[in-house]
Design a protein around this ligand. Structure first.
Ligand code: DGY
Length: 322
């Protein structure tokens, strides 16, 4: 019997995933789930054939260059791969895979939770109640922004953007989107494509950010772009924190230029900018877009399907191609 491939597993992934990983691979694990520095990753990947990581580990060019030559694949437990310098990996002959499809619905659900939570001031209302400060029903208290029938702008019409659009149809929202190219897909027949960012921003009663973080999308939301949006707008981000310049959004929430924001992601995670904390119009979650048991298992199994295919010499179900 040939030896099992050696797999360095950077996080404590769901137990069903680890059971399967341990059957097929000789694993080096991080059962304590400690954050790992580049030095830790280098030390622990010694002798490994592949690495199973999450979006919490940054594989920049320097780290990739320093990885042992034995490492031939990095499978990330995420659809986003902005934490991996894929060009540097490919130049070194390292294949990278990710987990598209399996987290589409879970993430679109959280986008809608953020949209509704922000629009309807859910944080403020729930916090008041829990603090024992809700005195009585009042006609104008907790009056948020009406959702049904409004215009929803979707930045990034990939799988998750499309799933957000389908959910929005249930709220009779008119869909506008900005994407590299127009998309034909189920539920998008009436969606309006904007090649131009400015014409798109002008239609965003609500904005849902569903694009990857790239040099082009970094700080798409900033002081200038906010000024191009309608007066009472709600910004929702379930993609990557870096698409929004937090300082600009905080200024706009403080001044009322942006009515509310729903964020599942933010800059410098896990450290939320403290200036957000006093803002009642912010509904914020700790990056739980894909956090259902079913989805997290499916993400782990997808990583293992990719790794198994690689070591069998077959095409990967989801290799990152750039
Ligand atoms: C993803 O899959 O990219 C999620 O954001 C988790 O990192």
């Amino acid at each position: 019997m040939s030896a099992k491939p050696r797999l360095f597993v950077t996080r404590n992934f769901p137990s069903d995933v680890m059971v399967r990983a341990n059957k097929t691979y000789e694993t080096t694990r991080n059962d304590e789930d400690n954050p790992l520095s580049s030095a830790d990753i280098l030390e622990r990947s010694a002798g490994s054939d592949a690495i199973l990581c999450a979006a919490t580990e940054i594989f920049d060019r320097d780290l990739i260059a320093a990885l042992p030559d034995s490492v031939r694949m990095i499978a990330t437990f995420s659809v986003g791969y902005d934490h991996i310098d894929v060009s540097a990996a490919n130049e070194k002959g390292i294949v990278v895979s990710n987990t598209p499809n399996v987290l589409t619905d879970a993430t679109a659900d959280i986008a809608f939770l953020c949209l509704l939570g922000a629009a309807r001031l859910a944080h403020q209302a729930a916090a008041t109640l829990r603090a024992g400060q809700w005195e009585r029903w009042m006609p104008s208290q907790f009056a948020g922004v009406h959702v049904t029938g409004k215009r929803l702008g979707i930045l990034g019409m990939g799988r998750i953007g499309q799933a957000v659009a389908r959910r929005a149809k249930g709220f009779d929202m008119q869909i506008h989107y900005h994407n590299r190219r127009p998309v034909e897909a189920r539920g998008l027949d009436e969606a309006i494509y904007h090649q131009d960012a400015d014409s798109f921003l002008a239609e965003c009663d609500f904005l849902s950010i569903n694009c990857p973080l790239t040099p082009e999308t970094k700080y798409f939301i900033n002081d200038e772009s906010i000024e191009k949006m309608p007066e009472i707008t709600v910004i929702v981000n379930t993609a990557r924190g870096g698409v929004v310049e937090d300082a600009a959004l905080i200024r706009a929430l403080k001044s009322g230029r942006v009515a509310a924001a729903g964020l599942d992601v933010f800059e410098n995670e896990p450290n939320l900018n403290p200036d957000y904390l006093g803002l009642d119009t912010l509904f914020v979650l700790p990056h739980i877009g894909s956090a259902t048991v079913e989805t997290r298992n499916a993400m782990g199994f997808k990583c293992l399907d990719n790794l198994d295919a690689f070591f069998a010499g077959s095409a990967l179900p989801s290799q990152v191609e750039i």
